[in-house]
Every structure is written in C-alpha cells, then in structure tokens.
Design a protein around this ligand. Structure first.
Ligand SMILES: [Fe+2]
Ligand SMILES: [Fe+2]
Length: 166
C-alpha cells in the first residue's frame, strides 16, 4: 500500500464518495439504511478531517507558503462540515430534517473534495517531492490511529470549539 500523502487522502475521498452515492440511492423511506450510512459518514469524515487538520494542512502550509490561502479556505470548509456532522450525530434518521441536513453535508463535502483534488493536490504534488509526501503520509497513518471517530470525542470537539472562539 502506498504511503504517499496524496494517495492516502484520495483513497479516503473515494470511500466517502461511495457512501454519499449510496445515501442518494437509498429510498425515501429507507430510514435504517440512511441512518447506518450517515453513521459511517460521520466516522470517516471525523477521521479524515482530523488527519488533514493535524498533519497535512500544517505541514504543507509550512513547506509551501504559496498555498496558504487554499489551506485557510479548507479549514473553513472543514468547519462547516464539522457543524453539520455534529448536528447529524445527535439526530435520529426519523427527524424531518435528517435527509435535508445530510444532503447539504454531501454537497459541501463534495465541493471541498473536488477543490482538493483538482486544485490543491496538483499544486502540492508540483511543490513537494515524493520523499516529503511519503513522510507526511507516514505521519498521517500514525495520526489516524489516535484520531477521534465521533465528533463528541474531546479531541474532535476541541477542534470545533477552537475554530469558533479562536
Ligand atoms: Fe479537506
Ligand atoms: Fe480531504
């Protein structure tokens, strides 16, 4: 398995996109299926956001100051997703706003993933050599092991609160 930072993040994106597509395909009344898919989305997004916030974004920002604006925009996009994820984590699939909220999360995250893949990753690939990207990848694999899996876990919550009051 590759330990290249961009490859790792793209693999995560692929898993996340699959869940989004499955949610959209689930019928209007498929409450149990939708509930299960959202639970999985919450887990994958919480872990993915954590390793990007803790490792990828700060490392790249430090090594490639020219992509700073992209990084700052990404933090804000993560923050919007964090708020939706946190609300969804406390909501039953039977709630009238559950599907609508999930669809807004999907739209936001899809846009964010597209920007990362089409805009940001190519700049990072150009600016950093393979070895550096592998080192960042290794660091993310380590961070993944201690990453929160639910937005209610202290390390995830702290991130959201810091973003609001900092
Ligand atoms: Fe991201
Ligand atoms: Fe990402």
């Amino acid at each position: 398995m590759s330990n290249d930072a961009i490859v790792l993040l793209k693999n995560d994106h692929k898993e996340i996109r699959k869940l989004f597509a499955a949610f959209e395909k689930a019928g209007d009344n498929a409450e149990a299926t939708k509930g299960r898919l959202v639970k999985k989305m919450i887990e994958l997004l919480t872990v993915h956001t954590y390793i990007e916030n803790e490792v990828m974004y700060p490392r790249v920002r430090e090594l490639l100051p020219e992509v700073e604006d992209d990084v700052l925009e990404s933090y804000e996009e993560h923050h919007v997703a964090d708020v939706l994820v946190m609300e969804l984590a406390g909501m039953k699939p039977s709630h009238e706003r559950f599907t609508a909220k999930t669809m807004v999360l999907i739209e936001n995250v899809r846009h964010h993933i597209e920007e990362e893949e089409q805009d940001w990753f190519p700049k990072v690939r150009d600016g950093l050599n393979r070895k550096v990207l592998q080192e960042i990848g290794e660091e993310m694999l380590k961070a993944r092991k201690k990453a929160p899996r639910k937005p209610s876990q202290p390390s995830a919550l702290k991130k959201t609160i810091d973003a609001v009051i900092a």
